[in-house]
Write a protein that binds this ligand. Structure first.
Ligand code: NAP
Ligand code: ZN
Length: 386
C-alpha cells in the first residue's frame, strides 16, 4: 500500500461553532478581508454575526461582498486590490463554494501580486494570505480543499488554481448556517457532495483512506439529503449532510474530481446551470459509462446508496448505482434531463469538443472517453436516459 494524504486545515465542526470565529481568526491575523456573496449572508444575518465576532476580538475588518456564483477572474482581482490597499493579513470567507473559492484566489493575489493567470494550474503558488473558511452551503467541501475554481468568461472556461497553500488554515463548519438554504440550493449542493464522493471513489488516485471517507459520504447523503430538502430545519439532517460534504472535500483533495465535473462545467458555462445541478444531470450517465472499468466499486456505490444487489448479476448490480442516483435526484425534485435546463441538441457536438479540448479529468477518470462517447453521454443526459 502506498499513498499520499494531504489535509492541512484545522476543522472545527458542529452546530454553534460559528461562535468561535473571532478567537480562531485573531490567532492568525489582525486585519481581515471578509469575503462573501452578494446577498444570502446579509439576509440570513450570518454576515452581521461574523462581523460582530471578529470585532469582539478587536480585528480590523474590510468587507468585500461582491462575489457572484461561479466567481470570475475580475472579481478575484478586484477583491485582491481591496485587500492590498487595506494591508490585510488574513482572509475570512463566508458563503458557498463561490465566496470560498474567490477568497482563495484573493489570498494568493494579495500576497504575491500578478494576475490570476500566473497561478492557473498545479503548484504555481508560492505565497497566500492565511484563510478562515466558513461554508454556508453543504456541498463543495472547499473549506478543506486546495482548489480555487475561477471562471474566465472571456474564454468560457472554468480555471483551477491548485496548491496546498490554498487549503484554508481553519474551517469553521457550522451546520446551523445551512438551514436558510432553500430546497433547490440544498438539493443542488448536496448532490455536488455526492458527486465528489462518487468521483473520488472511482478516481485512479483513490486510496484506502479516501475510499473509507467516500463510502461514508455516499450513504450519508443518500440517507439525509432527502430529509434536509423536505424539512429545512431538520438539524440532524443538516448536520449529516454537511459532514458528508466535508468528507467528500477531503476525498477530492487527494483524488481530484472526474468527468462528471468536466462535463458539468460545460452546462454551467453555456446555460448557467448551477454547479451541483449540472453534475447531477450527468452523474448517472458518467457512472454507467465508467462501470465496465470499475465494476466492483460501482456495486459498492449501489450498496451505499441503499440498493439490494445481492441476487443480481455483476452487470445488473452495477447498473443499479446509476439508477439509484437518478431516483434520488427525482425524489429531491430536480429536473430529469438536461433539456430542461437549456441543453440543445444542436449544441452537443460543440460542447463535447470543448470538453475534450480541456482534457479535464484525464489522468484520474477510470475510463477515457473519445469524442463520440462524450457526445453520447450528453445526448443521454438530454433525453434523460442512462
Ligand atoms: P454558491 O455559488 O456559492 O452559492 C449558490 C447560491 O446559494 C447563491 O445564490 C448563494 O447566495 C446562495 N447561498 C449560499 N449559502 C446560502 C445559505 N446558507 N442560505 C441561502 N442561500 C445561500 O454555490 P456552491 O454550490 O456552494 O458553490 C459552487 C462553486 O463552488 C462553483 O463555482 C464550483 O465550481 C465551486 N466548487 C469548488 C470546489 C473546491 O474544491 N474548491 C469543489 C466543488 C465546487 P449569495 O450569492 O448571496 O452568496
Ligand atoms: Zn463540485
Amino acid at each position: 500500500m502506498k499513498f499520499d494524504f494531504l489535509s492541512s486545515t484545522f476543522v472545527r465542526f458542529g452546530s454553534g461553532v460559528l461562535e468561535t470565529t473571532g478567537q480562531e481568526a485573531c490567532e492568525i491575523g489582525r486585519n481581515a478581508l471578509l469575503v462573501t456573496g452578494r446577498s444570502s449572508a446579509k439576509k440570513s444575518g450570518s454576515l452581521k454575526k461574523v462581523e460582530e465576532l471578529l470585532k469582539r476580538e478587536n480585528l480590523e475588518i474590510v468587507l468585500f461582498d461582491q462575489v457572484e456564483q461561479n466567481p470570475s477572474v475580475e472579481t478575484v482581482e478586484a477583491g485582491a486590490g481591496v485587500a492590498r490597499e487595506a494591508g490585510c493579513d488574513l482572509v475570512v470567507a463566508l458563503g458557498g463554494g463561490s465566496p470560498l473559492d474567490a477568497a482563495k484566489g484573493i489570498a494568493v493575489l494579495a500576497a504575491q501580486g500578478g494576475s490570476l493567470e500566473d497561478y492557473i494550474g498545479v503548484d504555481k503558488v508560492e505565497q497566500a494570505l492565511p484563510l478562515v473558511a466558513i461554508p454556508t452551503t453543504a456541498g463543495t467541501g472547499s473549506e478543506v480543499t486546495k482548489y480555487a475554481i475561477i471562471t474566465d468568461w472571456k474564454t468560457k472556461q472554468k480555471r483551477t488554481v491548485a496548491s496546498p497553500l490554498l487549503c484554508p488554515r481553519t474551517a469553521i463548519v457550522d451546520p446551523l448556517l445551512t438551514v436558510t438554504m432553500p430546497k433547490q440550493i440544498t438539493a443542488n449542493t448536496g448532490m455536488d457532495a455526492l458527486s465528489h464522493a462518487i468521483e473520488g471513489y472511482l478516481s485512479l488516485k483513490s486510496q484506502p483512506i479516501t475510499d473509507l471517507l467516500a463510502i461514508e459520504s455516499i450513504w450519508t447523503v443518500a440517507k439525509y439529503l432527502p430529509r434536509a430538502v423536505g424539512q429545512p430545519e431538520d438539524l440532524e439532517a443538516r448536520e449529516r449532510v454537511m459532514y458528508a460534504s466535508l468528507l467528500a472535500g477531503l476525498v477530492i483533495n487527494q483524488t481530484r474530481t472526474g468527468m462528471i465535473h468536466g462535463l458539468g462545467y460545460e452546462l454551467t458555462l453555456n446555460y448557467q446551470v448551477p454547479h451541483g445541478l449540472a453534475n447531477t444531470l450527468l452523474m448517472p450517465q458518467v457512472m454507467e459509462f465508467n462501470r465496465i472499468s470499475c465494476p466492483e466499486k460501482t456495486i459498492q456505490i449501489a450498496r451505499a446508496l441503499g440498493e439490494n444487489v445481492e441476487s443480481l448479476s455483476t452487470r445488473e448490480a452495477g447498473r443499479r448505482a446509476a439508477f439509484a442516483v437518478r431516483e434520488l435526484a427525482v425524489d429531491l425534485g430536480m429536473p430529469e434531463n438536461a433539456a430542461k435546463v437549456g441543453l440543445k441538441l444542436e449544441d452537443i457536438k460543440g460542447i463535447a469538443q470543448s470538453f475534450i479540448q480541456t482534457k479535464r479529468s484525464f489522468g484520474v477518470t477510470p475510463r477515457y472517453p473519445d469524442i463520440n462517447e462524450v457526445e453520447t453521454i450528453y445526448l443521454k443526459s438530454f433525453r434523460g436516459e442512462i
